[in-house]
Each structure stands twice: as structure tokens, then as C-alpha cells.
Design a protein around this ligand. Structure first.
Ligand SMILES: [Fe+2]
Length: 157
């Protein structure tokens, strides 16, 4: 990884945190599919579509996170068993009512944003501006999605 001119030990710490985020995103992605399939009630059409939009976005981020790890010349964690061990996110039942699903996703966003902030911190220590730029944008996007979900639930409550 000499062509990147990044400190090897510090970069390992960044990669460790990126792999946790990769695990988080896999759990989050599958939860969005779960909720997309199983949401019921008067908000079905809104949420079914919104959850699909969100998992499409998560799928792209999964690929970008893994490829950032590869760019740093490390190996992205690539199997489900490892993701379950690493992740901050809990799996969900399919039985929740629509509003509860949104609440669960807002809680997950908080956990994912915390993980992203951790990455920015270690990447900053490594002067890894490329990772900070990528993850910083994700923080901004996820914060915005959280705001929109939050105001949407308030209107209905
Ligand atoms: Fe679908």
C-alpha cells in the first residue's frame, strides 16, 4: 500500500472500523428487505416503496465500503457469520407494526452514525482524507434520511 502513503498501523485501525460498518450495513440492508416485504396497513404503499429506496441505497454503500477497504489494500469481511459477530445492529422480527419498523430503523441509524463517527476519528488520525470524505458524506445522508423519517412519523402520530 505504499502508493497511498498512509501509515500502515493507523490504516489497520481504520479498516477494522470499516469492516464493522460493512457488517452493520449488511444487517441494516436485510432488515430493510424484511420490512419492505412484511409491512402492513394503511401506510403500506408509502413504506413499501420507501424501504426499497433505502435498501437500494444501502446496497450501493455496502459495495463502496468494501471497495474502500480494498483500496486501502485490505480484505473486506465477506461472509454472513462474520457480519453477525461484528455488527452493532440487531436482527428484527417481521411482525412489527409499521410505526415500530420506522422507530427501529431510526435507532439503527443512530448506531450506524456512531460507527461512522468512529471511522472518521481513526481515519483522521491516519490523515486518511479519502475515507473521511466517503464516510462524512454518508453521515450527512443518513442524518437527512433520519430527519425525514422522524417528521413523517410525527405527522401520523
Ligand atoms: Fe419488492
Amino acid at each position: 500500500m505504499s502508493y497511498l502513503n498512509l501509515d500502515t498501523t493507523k490504516t489497520e485501525k481504520t479498516v477494522e472500523q470499516l469492516n464493522i460498518l460493512l457488517a452493520d450495513y449488511h444487517l441494516y440492508y436485510q432488515k430493510l428487505r424484511n420490512f419492505h416485504w412484511n409491512v402492513e396497513g394503511l401506510n403500506f404503499f408509502d413504506l413499501h416503496e420507501k424501504f426499497e429506496e433505502m435498501y437500494d441505497d444501502a446496497k450501493e454503500k455496502i459495495d463502496e465500503i468494501a471497495e474502500r477497504i480494498l483500496t486501502l489494500r485490505h480484505t473486506p469481511v465477506s461472509n454472513l457469520t462474520e457480519y453477525l459477530k461484528l455488527t452493532n445492529i440487531e436482527e428484527s422480527s417481521s411482525e412489527y407494526e409499521d410505526m415500530k419498523m420506522v422507530d427501529i430503523l431510526l435507532t439503527d441509524h443512530g448506531k450506524i452514525i456512531d460507527q461512522m463517527r468512529k471511522i472518521v476519528e481513526v481515519a483522521d488520525d491516519a490523515n486518511d482524507e479519502g475515507t473521511i470524505d466517503l464516510i462524512g458524506a454518508y453521515i450527512r445522508e443518513l442524518e437527512k434520511t433520519s430527519w425525514m423519517l422522524d417528521v413523517w412519523t410525527k405527522k401520523l402520530r
